[in-house]
Design a binder for this molecule. Structure first.
Ligand code: ADP
Ligand code: TRP
Length: 324
């Protein structure tokens, strides 16, 4: 089964990205034919600084490799190394009604948060559909916020196939993991746009400080506490083994435990899970040529698929291309 996902290079990865997406991506490499790309064309909507975009693009690759993505199993590549994807986005635009894009909730949310309402942002679902359809992807692992975009890709594949009476584009299905919404230090969804993140490659001391600052209610040590509404517990649940989570649950409900204690344990778990990866990350970061080779090889393999699909798409709609 072909699994595809895109990751925007838009900032440092945090626990929300890791438990919400990256961990699942890495797990899937064991069993599937995985295509993961760094969505740098998409990021142009928000990162309009060449040096920064280059740096963030490399960071995504390094972060994934440091957390255990196996470049021999996965095709890891930059979106822009398969330029055919922008051609497909255009062709999809010609068979897609404007009303479909006008219903995109993610566009409205982003504009409400102050991101410029560019045509790039408005057309985002077209490029995302092209990303998915050009590799004949079977499954697309994403968070709930991206579901509507996958449904749009399904619609666009059908519009194209129906218009040209062909089967050139394959209907993709979303793959929703069990990933919960990871809360940030203030209890809202952890997100770069809220500034409430705990980075996965933070240095030990600042990360601990950040963990100790997680907002809790004001219950005293002796009082019983509700684990299910506690932000610290939500993170413990992600990082500790099930037996330990059960112990913490009992300690919360019994009373006699302060939030500080749970936070200290969380800081230890963070260090166990991510601390050891810092050196591995530094190692990859010191070998930019090796990272580049991985991205190029990933792109070479991905592009071979895209070229075949585009040949069918062009033939179906009558676009003639000089052979090069
Ligand atoms: P951010 O909100 O920090 O800008 P993105 O929107 O770039 O993060 O998210 C990248 C990926 O990480 C998406 O697949 C998204 O579903 C996942 N993700 C981000 N934040 C969280 C969170 N707090 N909980 C679960 N998953 C998350
Ligand atoms: N829109 C996705 C996000 O913001 C990133 C993305 C771009 C993507 N193209 C994709 C994800 C194709 C899955 C498939 O997280």
């Amino acid at each position: 089964m072909r699994v595809l996902s895109g990751i925007q290079p838009s900032g440092k990865l945090h626990l929300g990205n890791f438990y919400g997406a990256m961990r699942e991506h890495i797990r899937l490499q064991e069993q599937h034919d995985c295509f993961y790309f760094i969505a740098n064309y998409h990021s142009l909507n928000t990162i309009q600084d060449a040096e920064r975009l280059r740096g963030l693009t490399a960071d995504v690759a390094i972060d994934y490799l440091a957390m255990g993505l196996d470049p021999k199993r996965v095709k890891l590549f930059r979106q822009s190394d398969v330029p055919e994807v922008t051609e497909l986005a255009w062709i999809l635009a010609t068979v897609t009604g404007k009303g479909l894009l006008e219903r995109a909730t993610s566009y409205k949310d982003k504009v409400a948060r102050g991101i410029a309402a560019s045509m790039g942002l408005f057309s985002y679902p077209l490029l995302m559909a092209a990303d998915i359809l050009i590799y004949r992807s079977d499954r697309v692992p994403v968070g709930k916020d991206q579901l509507q975009h996958i449904e749009m890709a399904q619609d666009m594949a059908a519009y194209f196939n129906n218009t040209y009476k062909c089967e050139a584009l394959k209907r993709p299905e979303p793959m929703l993991g069990e990933a919960p919404i990871v809360p940030g230090v203030d209890g809202q969804k952890m997100s770069k746009s809220y500034g409430n993140m705990i980075d996965i490659f933070g240095e030990e001391k600042p990360a601990r400080k950040r963990i100790m600052s997680i907002v809790t209610d004001s219950k005293g040590v002796d009082e019983p506490k509700d684990p299910d509404t506690c932000n610290v517990f939500a993170l413990l649940k992600l990082m500790a083994e099930p037996a330990e989570v059960a112990e913490w649950r009992d300690r919360y409900t019994a009373g006699g435990m302060g939030y500080g204690e749970a936070k200290k344990r969380l800081a230890e778990l963070y260090e166990e899970r991510f601390g050891s990866r810092r050196a591995i990350r530094a190692d990859w970061a010191a070998r930019p040529d090796d990272v580049e080779d991985i991205l190029r090889e990933g792109a070479r393999q991905a592009r071979a698929v895209a070229i075949d699909v585009m040949a069918e798409v062009r033939a179906a709609c009558g676009i003639v291309k000089a052979s090069t």
